[in-house]
Design a binder for this molecule. Structure first.
Ligand code: ADP
Ligand code: MG
Length: 735
């Protein structure tokens, strides 16, 4: 047989049936795919329990032989039970019951040895395992100290995978290690071949820890190289330099600014200014908590670009926000933004709003202004760029509040023109360090950690309806009190409602709903089915006729036509509405200083960072804000713990870290990958911070020395394994 390497197809190495199944079920096609399909966990044979020592309620894992298996009809339901008696090496027996009898009877036959694991219960006064998990053992397993348990599917079980892996490992020559020996030595990393063997067939616990550690490095390096290459590809494009212009628009703006910039705004502003003066595009992320004053930073950057004779575009995630941004930019600019108007300043520029919902005439004018360059600043939604609006000379793209934007969308915004625009991304979601190093790894990061002075504190309180149902009345009374004091209040629900089969979720593109997956039921500690989340359209009439009767209520959600959204938002801004019942459409950027109260219904249905964002909408003026997190989640549930965390801290970074812990990280890392199957199996943004940081430095050095990775074919392959070959080609072929 010819040499077997990571790229060899599996077919001649393992049977056709197995090869077909692995391909169809797990997308495993090559030797590399298979040996990178790592065990999910290990069963330590030294830690198996004896049947004689079992205790009620414990979770037990034991090896035993099936002695008897009897198929029976179920009493109350259709289907068959399989009643099984198993016997361990010491001769003790135990009953097990399987509910899917007709299915498992083919596997669980007398004589079969298997690992059984499950919770020990009692039935007919005898101990038993009810519907335990099981992994049949073959002879080869018997002598091993650890049993590897693989991610499997209904049609390919773990043991079959294990067998294929062992077969292939025996034929496979140790692959050439992509990680240079120097790095391996410095970090004490096992060689790739050894690590691959040990992760599948460990002899000791230390073995699989060492193997994993090494393989985590592969993934971290793969990701960081991909990002370094991407950074290089974008940064090496030419851009128009826009150095600051003495006596220009920016200087005039600074002179007229009614407040002094915070130290953070100064520092970040200086970084941006230096970037804009360069001949390669800026790629910078500014992260600053809600209310940190990012708009002024963005505007100052835009003015420097306008001073350079070019245009700036500001993109918001929704039309409501775009309209609001246009208004606040015009307000901030004053006469400096009223070019061509009677009271406009001499060197004034113009701010143009360009959204899909403009009337035909207004839209034509806005397009003209963008094309002719009459508009120095064009504000719109992301569609602005996707629709190929013509700009006379686009020098800067500012993307606001786009914390759910992927690396690829950013690429699209950078355009394919000869000169790349500078790019500034603004996010209010605090980003844990590892996320910044991965998902935003193509950007330089600036952080604004202080808020401008004079901001009022927000008091957040959990309203636990499970124990204190009467508190709901107090919530509504509080809303009345805020309104009587001349303030305004938001009431937020997780859903729009009025469904026509879409499950009532708000349009995700607009409202950015970030609900926990309701099917997961991770939060319902009792495992019971949950009622659907409360909906704006159901809550509104109840409040209008009930608890909030007499107040002026408005409604805002993603399903409203854009002009209606805008009308409602403006009415709220002008104080013509007391209460706004809304979805998370208000999460980002909405700035109404007179609003002091927020009631979040079914608060446990939102993510932590999202709750933090939402409450940032209140207390933006001088009056203190209050945020009430209403929940039916039972005391001492995880859902309640999360809400207590939000109530307990106003530190967005801390909440973001907690959020990351609670969310499936795959979602976060998934945004990095366009490929079919994730190349990231072991890398964790929580556990591997140090490795990710080191890999980042290492990758930057390699790419600086060898931009096309020509001297590092192994590393180039690693990039492909991590982000897919297509993306790898996109970076490497450009060099
Ligand atoms: P965000 O970072 O959430 O986008 P904004 O830019 O909307 O915050 O700023 C929030 C409010 O703070 C705005 O009304 C803005 O004018 C005001 N602001 C910004 N910078 C300062 C400052 N240095 N001093 C006082 N107020 C400021
Ligand atoms: Mg903002």
């Amino acid at each position: 047989m010819t040499d077997v390497d990571m790229l060899s197809p599996l077919l001649p190495l393992i049977g056709k049936r197995a090869a077909d199944l692995l391909a169809a079920q797990l997308e495993i096609h090559t030797v590399g795919d298979l040996v990178r399909h790592y065990p999910r966990r290990y069963v330590d044979r030294g830690k198996l329990t004896d049947i004689a020592g079992l205790e009620i309620g414990e979770h037990a894992t034991l090896v035993a032989q099936v002695e008897k298996a009897t198929l029976r009809d179920m009493r109350a339901r259709r289907g068959k039970l399989l009643n099984v008696v198993i016997r361990d090496e010491k001769g003790a027996t135990l009953d097990c019951t399987f509910f899917n009898g007709h299915k498992v009877q083919h596997v669980i036959r007398p004589g079969v040895r298997a690992v059984f694991s499950g919770k020990v219960g009692v039935f007919n006064k005898k101990l038993q395992l009810t519907h335990p998990q099981f992994e049949p053992l073959d002879e080869a397993d018997e002598v091993r100290p650890f049993l590897s348990v693989y991610p499997a599917t209904g049609k390919v079980n773990s043991q079959e995978i294990a067998r294929c892996v062992r077969q292939v490992l025996e034929l496979l020559d140790d692959p050439t290690d992509p990680l240079p020996a120097g790095l391996r030595q410095r970090e004490g990393l096992a060689e790739l071949g050894r690590a691959l063997r040990r992760i599948h067939v460990p002899e000791s616990e230390a073995d699989f820890h060492a193997a994993r550690n090494r393989l985590v490095w592969d993934e971290a390096i793969g990701v960081q190289l991909a990002l370094a290459l991407r950074r290089q590809a974008t940064v090496s494009r030419p851009a128009a330099a826009c150095p600051p212009k003495p006596g220009g628009l920016l200087d005039a703006f600074d002179a007229a600014l009614p407040f002094t910039l915070t130290a953070g705004q100064h520092a970040v502003g200086a970084e941006i200014s230096a970037d804009l003066a360069g001949e390669h595009p800026m790629n910078r992320l500014v992260q600053g908590d809600v209310g940190a004053g990012k708009t002024v930073i963005a505007l100052r950057a835009m003015l420097q670009v306008v001073d350079g004779g070019r245009q700036a575009a500001l993109l918001a995630p929704t039309e409501v926000l775009a309209a609001q941004h246009a208004r606040s930019l015009r307000t901030l600019l004053g006469p400096l933004g009223r070019r061509g108007e009677l009271d406009g300043a001499e060197q004034a520029t113009a701010v143009t709003l360009l959204t899909g919902s403009l009337g035909t005439k207004a839209k034509r004018q806005a397009l003209l202004d963008a094309q002719s360059g009459a508009a120095g600043i064009v504000v719109g939604t992301h569609a602005l760029i996707q629709d190929n609006v013509g700009f006379a000379d686009l020098g800067l793209v500012v993307v606001d509040e786009q914390h759910r934007f992927g690396v690829e969308q950013r690429d699209a915004l950078r355009g394919r023109g000869e000169l790349a625009p500078h790019m500034l991304v603004m996010t209010a979601t605090p980003i844990p360090r590892t996320v910044a190093m991965t998902v935003y790894g193509d950007l330089e990061v600036s952080a604004l950690r202080e808020l401008p002075g004079g901001r009022s504190p927000i008091a957040t309180t959990v309203v636990p309806l499970a124990e204190k149902p009467a508190w709901l009345q107090r919530v509504w009374r509080r809303v009345h009190e805020e309104v009587e004091a001349g303030h305004q209040v938001y009431i937020v629900c997780p859903r729009v409602g009025g469904d026509n089969g879409d499950n009532g979720r708000d349009d995700p593109g607009d409202d950015l709903v970030d609900l926990d997956d309701p099917d997961e039921g991770a939060d319902s500690d009792d495992g019971s089915a949950r009622r659907p989340p409360l909906a704006v359209l159901e809550v509104l009439p109840r409040l209008e006729e009930g608890a909030l009767h007499g107040l002026r209520l408005g409604v805002l959600h993603g399903k409203l036509p854009p002009d209606e959204k805008d009308t409602v938002m403006r009415a709220f801004e002008r104080g013509e509405l007391d209460v706004l019942v809304a979805t998370t459409v208000i999460e980002v950027g909405v700035d109404v200083p007179n609003s002091t109260g927020m009631v979040i219904l079914d608060a446990d249905r939102f993510g932590l960072s999202q709750l933090h964002q939402l409450r940032g909408r209140v207390g933006r003026g001088s009056a203190p804000g209050v945020c009430l997190l209403v929940t039916e989640a039972p005391a001492a549930s995880t859902a309640r713990e999360r809400l207590d965390a939000v109530a307990g801290t106003t530190d967005g970074f801390e909440l973001a870290r907690l959020d990351l812990e609670l969310r499936r990280e795959g979602d976060v890392l998934g945004a990095l990958q366009s490929g079919r199957r994730s190349g990231l199996r072991l890398l964790s943004l929580l556990r591997h911070e140090e490795i990710i940081a080191k890999a980042q430095v290492y990758a930057a050095d390699i790419v600086a020395d060898d931009p096309g990775l020509r001297d590092h074919p192994g590393l180039a392959a690693l990039v492909g394994e991590t982000v897919g070959d297509e993306e790898r080609a996109a970076y490497l072929d450009k060099v």
